[in-house]
Ligand binder design. Structure first.
Ligand SMILES: Cc1cc2nc3c(=O)[nH]c(=O)nc-3n(C[C@H](O)[C@H](O)[C@H](O)COP(=O)(O)OP(=O)(O)OC[C@H]3O[C@@H](n4cnc5c(N)ncnc54)[C@H](O)[C@@H]3O)c2cc1C
Length: 402
């Protein structure tokens, strides 16, 4: 039986997958490494793409890649793009590629990330509807929306806010944002800040249709209107649908590596299947700082996990994964940063500064413990200081674990 043999197989060529390669090479310069991705590009930063690219200059792939093509060649990484892994046999350490080839590996890391959630409504496949995920998607959106007088965004999270702000900064187009929640970023901000931000978008010319659930998209081949459940209709020649992400866990469906909250790993990022690791947006890891289990869709986490998983896979290093969540989003003249844990409902909030002056911060407490701080237009020193304070806050679960 013709089989390709590799010491390391990495499934998924996003930031996590690329970083696993680097982590391996730091401790094992010789082992054979195969990186398999189903997209046509080497790992690049989606965060930097979406952070500033829709209306302004879109960065080139050269600028976005985490390593240049020559790095993979120099490091003898066998990178196979446009090649989904079709099957994985966790017990026998075998993978089947879309080309039909079989790969036998010693260790593997799953880094299959996420895909965009598509709503089950009429017209969801019409032309000029965009589900942003890749560099190509952003280029296509720019082309389709360039001279379009009516633009829309459906959704109320980070991506929806970024795209609506960038649409609004273009002159001439009428921009609608349709969101079923009460306010924009209602899951990212406290209630009063989210309400204030929604008003701020209005003041910048975005027509905010909050509290309106999507009913469907109208048009024959291309999008014409967006319809809400309350019967309202908004014209849109191009729209972005940003309803959140779903994990790519089909490869390990019906195994203990596929749970609704992700692929469980230990503090070394290894799964219960010996020699199989997971990193990036699918990995559900024990959180050393806040306790419990966490899964992060942030790029910084994917980068760090990739490095740690790769190092641990070599067996020459045993690193525990610990990561302090820190997210940044810039819309209009507002730079928001979140440091800490916002996954639990706070028992108390403290606001410092004035939202109207566009410079404030909100501290989140859980039973007296500082869990996180949202900063708006704060200096790097202030953010770094709060990050340290949140990290160093004594927590009950640590006393029990000690
Ligand atoms: C629209 C959008 C906005 C974002 N905004 C932010 C942000 O504001 N801040 C931030 O920090 N991060 C942001 N991110 C997330 C970030 O860019 C990374 O996507 C995230 O960190 C996860 O990286 P990853 O490598 O785990 O997964 P991904 O980037 O999802 O990469 C996984 C790769 O594996 C591939 N794959 C899946 N299944 C298979 C298979 N069977 N065989 C081969 N390949 C497979 C996928 O196609 C993909 O190429 C955003 C992402 C998107 C899409």
């Amino acid at each position: 039986m013709a089989i390709l043999r590799r010491d390391y197989l990495i499934v998924g060529a996003g930031v996590a997958g690329g970083s696993v390669c680097e982590g391996i090479r730091q401790y094992d310069p010789k082992g054979t490494v195969m990186l398999v991705g189903n997209e046509g590009e080497l790992p690049y930063s989606r965060f930097r793409l979406f952070g500033g690219g829709v209306a302004a200059e879109i960065p080139s792939l050269e600028d976005l890649r985490i390593f240049s093509p020559t790095w993979y060649a120099e490091q003898a990484i066998d990178a196979r793009l446009d090649t989904p892994v079709r099957q994985l046999n966790l017990e026998r350490h075998l993978a089947v590629l879309s080309t039909g080839q079989v790969v036998e590996f010693r260790k593997a890391c799953l880094a299959t990330g996420t895909r965009v959630h598509r709503p089950l409504v009429a017209g969801a496949a019409l032309g000029n509807l965009f589900y942003l995920r890749s560099w190509r998607d952003v280029i296509a959106l720019r082309e389709a929306s360039a001279s379009e007088p009516h633009l829309a965004v459906v959704g109320g999270g980070a991506v929806a806010g970024l795209v609506a702000a960038q649409f609004a900064q273009r002159s001439g187009s009428q921009v609608f944002l349709v969101h079923r929640g009460k306010a924009l970023w209602n899951r990212l901000l406290d209630e009063a800040s989210a309400a204030w931000l929604t008003g701020y978008y209005e003041s910048k010319g975005v027509q905010m249709r909050v509290g309106e659930a999507l009913n469907g998209f109208e048009g024959r081949t291309a999008l014409k209107n967006i319809q809400t459940k309350s019967g309202q209709r908004f014209p849109a020649g191009a729209a972005v649908v940003a309803f959140g992400l779903e994990m790519n866990l089909g490869l390990v469906a019906n195994t203990p590596l596929s749970y609704p909250h992700g692929t469980p790993v230990n503090e070394f990022l290894e799964t219960d299947e010996k020699g199989i690791y997971a990193a990036g947006a699918i990995a559900a890891y024990p959180d050393k700082i806040f306790g419990g289990v966490r899964r992060s869709e942030l790029e910084d986490c994917a980068r760090h996990q990739g490095l740690v998983a790769g190092a641990n896979m070599t067996g020459k290093k045993r690193q525990r994964f610990e990561w302090m969540p820190h997210r940044t989003l810039t819309v209009f003249d507002l730079r928001f940063e979140w440091v800490g844990d916002f996954s639990r409902t706070p028992t108390r909030l403290e606001v410092e500064g004035d939202r109207a002056s566009r410079q404030f911060l909100v501290r989140y407490f859980l039973h007296g413990n500082l869990q996180g701080v949202t900063c708006c237009n704060q200096s790097p020193e202030v953010v770094a200081d709060w990050k340290e304070r949140v990290r160093n806050q004594p927590r009950e679960f640590k006393r029990h674990a000690a």
